[in-house]
Design a protein around this ligand. Structure first.
Ligand SMILES: Cc1ncc(CN)c(N)n1
Length: 213
């Protein structure tokens, strides 16, 4: 499925935003816009993890997802809150910002896959969201930028535990996807493709930042 979406995949993982993140040169208003919108992404993403926990066919899978959800709701959540403090973002935009079209589209996709209660459909969206992030963050030998708002967003997505989780996540989709009928396999492929296109659109749209006065 990744190969079927290679153009959007490559455009996302080699995006200008990622180059600027590694260089530590992303403009603060661009990073702020990205993080404000991404915090709304994370809200539905955690709900999708809940759907994966509920629909998984094995207890060991539920345990794995529960541990991952714990990381997102602790280390990753506090990164957002500290970054919002550093960028001087008011409370209103942390909780109820205006939503952009890519953010809404992502929320809709995650709600659709979660509400299917079909484990491989949940996995199809989760695999894109996490594997694509590991792919852009994995730049061996690249130096980390100085400011934590840049550096930690990279290390949250290229650390060994995260890489190991992605290996497991992909294997989980490879294990359970083939058990679906042809119609649901096609739904997996369609959701996977929508997710890759949205990852690219999400990075594109940070360069027309909204104001969060
Ligand atoms: C849009 C998007 N996609 C994926 C991730 C990685 N969880 C994220 N934080 N934001």
């Amino acid at each position: 499925m990744r190969e079927q979406n290679q153009v959007d995949w490559d455009a996302a993982i080699h995006h200008r935003f990622i180059d600027e993140l590694f260089a530590g040169t992303v403009a603060d208003n661009v990073l702020q816009h990205y993080l404000v919108q991404d915090y709304q992404f994370i809200d539905r993403f955690v709900a999708l993890l809940g759907a994966a926990i509920a629909s998984a066919d094995l207890f060991t899978s539920r345990v794995r997802f529960s541990r991952f959800a714990a990381m997102i709701t602790s280390d990753e959540n506090t990164y957002f809150l500290r970054a919002f403090d550093e960028l001087g973002l008011s409370e209103k935009y942390r909780t109820t910002p205006p939503l952009t079209a890519p953010t809404r589209a992502f929320q809709d996709l995650m709600a659709e896959s979660a509400e299917s209660r079909i484990y491989p459909l949940c996995l199809s969206v989760l695999v894109v969201a996490e594997w694509l992030y590991l792919s852009w963050a994995d730049r061996p030998g690249a130096a980390l930028p100085e400011r934590f708002i840049h550096a930690e967003w990279i290390t949250l997505h290229n650390n060994p535990a995260f890489a190991e989780f992605i290996g497991w996540l992909r294997a989980e989709l490879d294990r359970t996807g083939p058990l679906l009928d042809a119609q649901d396999q096609a739904r997996c492929a369609a959701m996977f493709g929508r997710a890759v296109a949205l990852e690219r659109a999400f990075f594109d749209h940070v360069y027309t930042p909204l104001d969060y006065p």
